[in-house]
Ligand binder design. Structure first.
Ligand code: KIV
Length: 273
């Protein structure tokens, strides 16, 4: 068997089976070949080429300035370094404002090597989700705190705290699953709400600041290495894994993976109640 064929390739089926067996999976952002290689070789199942690159690479104070060309460029770099992880790519701000545009933007990301596109929104992305899914493009719907809507939300705040908003998140998550979404990503919501959504959905739910009861955990790579630019205050749900690593950055990725698999991360201090 060649070393190439020995690489374990993670697919949507792998993630779906992990959910069914109650096994937690790990995910980190990456924007270049070097880190994509390190993250995937550490056994982290999912890489996100995220629009967070606008903040951690480009130095902006939001993700809004990121363009489709930016993500396509970084997506190509990530795909060149990846060793078997499942790769999601973000559709950036205003690249999926209408359905035709969403199809064209997604095609560009898939051609650059993405296995799935991620878009932010609830009920309003239902039709786009079904159109993409019907055309063979897997969709991750990003709900809860949606950073591309930061100006409408009024700040990086926990979402779904009041019962009506929590119910809306549950209802819209089910709507997106029915429309063909294959993964849901929940950002910055109370633990109980994330647990309810994860139970209600058949598809895997990835959380960031969503507590321990989701199927997978994701973090921005710079946050979990403690190298976030000083202008960005790391949120409560961030943990720096570098200090506990005896093998530098590679060791920090392995420590994150192990902490997610064992359920040690996130701990109560990283959660919203
Ligand atoms: O762009 C990104 O890094 C993200 C994560 C915060 C989930 O969307």
């Amino acid at each position: 068997m060649s070393s190439q064929s020995a690489v374990k390739r993670i697919s949507l089926t792998t993630l779906q089976k992990m959910k069914e067996k109650g096994e937690k999976f790990a995910s980190l952002t990456a924007y270049d070949a070097c880190f994509a290689e390190m993250i995937s070789s550490a056994g982290i199942e999912v890489i996100l080429c995220g629009d967070s690159l606008g903040m951690v690479l480009q130095g902006h104070d939001s993700t809004l300035p990121v363009t489709l060309d930016d993500i396509v460029y970084h997506m190509r770099c990530v795909q060149a370094g990846n060793v078997g992880a499942f790769i999601m790519a973000d559709l950036p701000f205003m690249s999926y404002a209408h359905e035709q545009q969403a199809l064209e933007s997604s095609a560009a990301l898939m051609r650059a090597g993405a296995h799935m596109v991620k878009l932010e929104g609830g009920a309003w992305i239902t039709r786009t989700t079904s159109q993409l899914a019907e055309r063979g493009i897997p969709v991750c719907a990003h709900m809860g705190l949606t950073p591309q809507s930061i100006n409408r939300l009024g700040g990086y705040r926990v979402q779904g705290r009041d019962p009506a908003k929590a119910q809306a998140i549950i209802d819209e998550a089910l709507m997106l699953q029915d429309a063909g979404a294959s993964i849901l990503l929940l950002e910055c919501v109370p633990v109980d709400l994330a647990a309810q959504v994860t139970q209600a959905l058949e598809i895997p739910v990835i959380g960031i600041g969503a507590g321990p009861d989701v199927d997978g955990q994701i973090m921005v790579m710079h946050d979990m290495l403690g190298i976030t630019p000083p202008s960005i205050k790391p949120p409560k749900f961030v943990k720096n894994f570098l200090p506990e690593s005896s093998d530098g950055i590679r060791g920090a990725f392995v420590a994150f993976r192990d902490a997610v698999r064992s359920g040690a991360f996130p701990a109560p201090e990283h959660c919203f109640y």
